[in-house]
Every structure is written in structure tokens, then in C-alpha cells.
Design a protein around this ligand. Sequence first.
Ligand SMILES: [Zn+2]
Length: 468
Amino acid sequence: MKKLALLPFAALLGVATLSNASDELARERLLGSAFLDNQSYHLLEEMTNLYGGRITGSESNEKSMQMLEQALDAHGIANHREAFTFPGWERREDRATLLHPLKRELRSIAMGYVDQHASFAAELIYLGKGSEQEIPANSQGKIGLLAANVKLSQDSIQSLATENGIVGLLLTNRKNGGQLLARTANYSGDASPIPIYSVTEEEGHWLKRLVESGEKPRVQLATTSIVKEIESYNLVATLPGKTSKKIVIGAHFDSWDLGQGALDNGLGIAQAYDITRLIHKINPENHFTIETVWFNAEEFGLFGSYAYMEQHQDDEIVAMINMDMVGNPLGANAMGFVSLMPVLKEFSQGMGGLSLPKPVVNAPWLGSDHMPFIVQGIPSITLNAPIDPDAVAFYHDFGDTFEKVDEEVLAKSIGILSLLTFQLANDPSLDGLRLNREKTIELLQNARLELRMKRYNIWPFEDEPKAP
Ligand SMILES: [Zn+2]
């Protein structure tokens, strides 16, 4: 039961006086409209039904973006595309075949950045999590089978190849039910040094048992998928404020190709659309400009959001909200920006019956479109907002499909995120919270992210020049 009684009545009065009457009306209309005038659920349904997954560079991605543009146009919301090119990858035909002790086509796909290669066959060995101790002595010229949930950096894949002579890798999926995990082999856009294929959890376990029984299974690999430069677009919609200084709300538009990308990140596409549309509809006179950006090529390594930051390096961006797989909002994350904590605390407590139950945290994480903003010192926000575990288990897999989207949770998240966007857009005190280079490095070091970023080649700061 909710312990409403713990909140002193005076605090409620305090909250009510924070904003003026027209702000209060705007907030009520935003929240009400999120439930009574939700249009994104059906937009997402149509988009995912007609075009499926939106892997960057594909026709599905292009058609889906056109659908979103038409929806924005229909509401008179100014929007435009911003082009960028990046080292991309296109899936064609991937094939992994068990040759011995029986012939069987394995259910498999190549990982992103595995480049086309001629068919070859080799004995399969088991590598566990791929650590030094787990690699059998005689691995030269063999294909390695990895356990579930292994994430290898490009460097460790490279050393498996050069130091141990391993010629290919099979990665066991973390989720059962014949699912296949699509993901990129690295975040730098380089061709993978050796081919890596994802296999199902069940066939991965089967292959492991064959290795352990001493059968010396043999596997053949071949793919026509290719690494190639791709031109793509971010879609940008703008709601002008009194100043050109802006709040960016972002969500990645692309997905993997196996399922429909309904949760990852159809949710974000839908949320960004309805938040923008509802604020446009009630048309408040915002202090800051609100810029909504649907980033492409996130799944390949955040290429769209890095391109956006590069194209907008002279813009005055005061804060950013990133929405990547946002489900039911329980709390906010200040992502290392201490100055955001009071702002987010005030927000969390200021929503009456919808107050966020979890405390505001300050724990930056890697791997989504807030990163290019954080490394520029721009205060960034993400949400602690879980998706039903039975549904989220399928992300990047065949099972990321529309029926897993919960309409009520979507409406609630849009209501809360609209209020957050509205609050940020009308809080002039946010201006000037951007960190300089030194403080930004400190933030990342305090969060113990430096080593991991260096390992994945995404640490953007040159080493300090050494004293002579
Ligand atoms: Zn995502």
C-alpha cells in the first residue's frame, strides 16, 4: 500500500506553489492527454506490422522513418532529417552447419561486422567465457564455442585469433526457446577479425555436450553479410522556445532485424513521438527550445548520436533525456551529474499520485545515446523504468514483437516523460550546468567507467600531456 500519510501536507502545498496557474493547467493537460489521446501505440503497431525490424540502412528503416515523418507533418510539427555516413553492416545469408557427427543446419546468424567469407569447416572446441585459462591447448585452426552472456571486446576477439589461432566463434544465446541474439561484434565499426555467429541456447548446449563427449564435432561456417559504409539519417523535430538554448529528448530509431524492434526501441520511438506531439498540442510558451531526435545506428555503436553531437557542437544544449527501452517509470537517474539531483528529486516528488516510488540515483551507464552527450559534459537523464521481464528477455531476438508492448504502461511513461520534459524546458536554472572537460573526465572516473571505455575504444579524451 502506498504510504501517502508519510508526506506532510505542507509539502503538498509547497508543490502546488512551485508553478503558476498556467503551468499547472499545462501539466494537467499533458498528463490527461497521455492517457486520453495516445496516438503512439497505434503508430508503433502499424510501423512494426508493416515494416518489421528497422536495422540501419534497410528499406524497413527508411519506410518506418517516412511513416514517422508523415505523422509529425500531419500535426504540423517541424521536422527534418540530418544525414550521416558510418561504417555499417548489411545482413545477407549466414550459415552455420554441423557436419559431424551428423549433418544439421544450425539455427544461426552472423554478428554485426562479421564480413563475408568463403565457406570453411573446422573442429569445434569449447571456450567457456573465453578467458585464458579456459582455452584448450590445441586450439589452432579450430572454431570456438562460447557460453551464454559472453561479451568480448574487439581486442579479446583479436587475441583469440592471433594468440590461439582460433578461426571462428559460436556464441550461445542467453535466452532459450530457439531465440537468436543479434548484436554487434564491436563498437568501432571495424570488420571482426574472425567470424562470430550466434547460435540458439539449445543447440549451443547440444554442441557443448558433443565436445565434452569427445566426439570432436565439426562445423562449417559461411556468410555473404558485408561490412560497408552506409548513409543514414537522424530525424529531428523542433518545438521552439523563448531561447534557442535547448533540451534534447532522444530515442534510438533503429533496431535489430530479427524481430520487430517493438521494445528495443519501438517504445522510445513512440514515447518521443507522443511527448513531442502533446507538448506541441498544448503549445505552452517554453523557456528552452525542445529538440526531439530519433537517432539511427545506435545498435552498431551509437553512430547516429555521435554524428548529431558533431553536427551540433556549437548548439547550446542544456540537458538531454535518453529513452532506450523505457517501460514503467519508477525513478530517475542523474547519470553522474550531481547538479541534476535536486531537479530530479523535485520532479519525482511533485506529481501527486504519480510520484516516482524509487529514489533518484546518480549512476551513469554505458551503451546508449546519452554517451556522446555525457562525454561533452551535457547533463543527461535516463529513467529507471523496467519492462515486464518475460517480455524484455527477448530484446535483440525474434521475440521482440509488438504484442509485448503494454498500452497502459506506454501511456503512463509518456505522461511522466512529458511532465519531465516540460519541467526541464521551463527551468532556467539548468542553464550553466554543463561540465568542462576536466569535470567530465572526473565524472567518468568516479563512476569507474574509464577502464571499460578504454577497453571498448570509446574513451574520447587524449591522455593529459606529460610535464617535460
Ligand atoms: Zn536499444
